[in-house]
Design a protein around this ligand. Structure first.
Ligand SMILES: [Mg+2]
Length: 373
């Protein structure tokens, strides 16, 4: 405990609506027109600031309204006046101050790490255990209901050096999924193809659909059925040679006891886990069971991508790359002062203090639906 650490004296929130350039269809719902997030800025008594992002999705983790209220009404009293040295205690109190709202807690944890990094001149990955990797292979999701638009995106990805895609399936019909898989396998042979149903298959047809998709030998098939259908996940896993990943079925460390029965690996998200260290815990618990881990995300802006990037940089167990594509390929305009760093199909881990890239506060004001401090 360091009594030299400053007190946190300010907390500002922005609810943002960020326009997007396409429609994304997933098994549990669609996103078009805009992505809604909450940004939190913590300020210390000596004027250092740290930022964090909460990226909820109403059909997956919760609503932006609940996220905003969690931070504004229930978490704010746990933070203001506290010493930065009490990071772990602040997070523990926030954990129980409001149920669920994992994205709000991820934003708080991110802002506390960003503050600590800026105060000490060290990157967030250094605070999370040190750097294991300095590049993370990027996966982009193919999820447009109009496949021609995704083919144009594929050409752009190819030119940019991206070599991993995740085909979103289960939002239209099985024939559409099979047609796209056939097309992508034939015309983009250099790509590592993964498949994600986002719970989109009805349990009546799940077995036959998953077997058909497995015949294309994707790197993995993610969450084919509803999150709570654990026995069916286990049967699907046993029926195919392709690894099955759990996403919606596994949020935080508390859910890990079921993972070794239902899947071969897990999609790790700071928005599901409720923070950076909790996400690391999920990855380590999975690895201890011999299961693989993938760096998933929600519909995020670059600020949340940065938090995930630092977390994955410091977490050897996350071996399957990341999907931090929205800042570069989905948002019309991101909120960072300089572009989220992607080079030759890989996310470049920042080396600067804190998250390593500043937020452009003018853009927060530009896209704010509401704000409070
Ligand atoms: Mg998923």
């Amino acid at each position: 405990m360091s009594n030299d650490d400053p007190k946190i004296t300010g907390m500002k929130l922005w609810h943002l609506s960020l326009p997007v350039n396409a429609r994304r269809d997933h098994g549990i719902g669609s996103v078009e027109h805009a992505v809604e997030i909450v940004v939190v800025r913590l300020t210390t008594e000596d004027g250092i600031v740290g930022f964090g992002e909460a990226s909820p999705w109403v059909v997956f983790t919760g609503s932006v309204e609940a996220t905003y209220a969690a931070l504004d009404r229930y978490i704010r009293p746990m933070v203001i006046g506290q010493n930065l040295a009490d990071h772990a205690a602040i997070m523990e109190r926030a954990q129980y101050a409001v149920a669920h709202c994992t994205e709000a807690k991820a934003a708080l944890d991110t802002a506390l790490f960003d503050l600590r990094g800026r105060l000490t001149g060290r990157p967030v990955w250094a605070l999370l255990g040190g750097q294991y990797r300095d590049r993370i292979p990027l996966s982009c999701s193919i999820a447009d209901p109009y496949f021609d638009k995704d083919l144009a995106l594929m050409a752009r990805l190819r030119a940019d050096g991206v070599r991993i895609i995740k085909l979103k399936t289960g939002f239209k019909d099985h024939a559409f999924d099979m047609m796209r898989l056939e097309h992508l396998r034939a015309d983009f042979p250099e790509f590592d193809i993964r498949v994600d149903y986002n719970q989109g298959l009805h349990h009546d047809v799940a077995m036959s659909c998953v077997r058909d998709v497995a015949s294309f030998a994707p790197t993995f098939i993610e969450q084919p059925v509803k999150a709570h259908l654990h026995d069916l996940m286990a049967r699907l896993r046993d029926s195919i040679d392709v690894p099955l990943l759990a996403d919606e079925s596994i949020f935080g460390p508390e859910d890990l006891r079921r993972l070794d029965h239902i899947a071969d690996g897990v999609s790790i998200k700071i928005m599901k886990a409720g923070g950076l260290t909790r996400a690391q815990t999920v990855a380590r618990m999975a690895a201890a069971k011999g299961l693989s881990a993938y760096g998933g995300d929600m519909f995020e802006a670059g600020l949340a991508h940065l938090a995930g990037t630092h977390m994955i940089a410091a977490t050897p167990e996350i071996t399957l790359g990341c999907e931090f594509y929205q800042a570069s390929y989905f948002l019309r305009e991101d909120i960072l002062a300089t572009p989220f760093p992607v080079e030759d199909g890989k996310v470049v881990v920042p080396e600067g203090p804190g998250l390593g890239i500043d937020v452009n506060e003018d853009l927060l004001d530009k896209y704010a639906v509401r704000a409070s401090e």
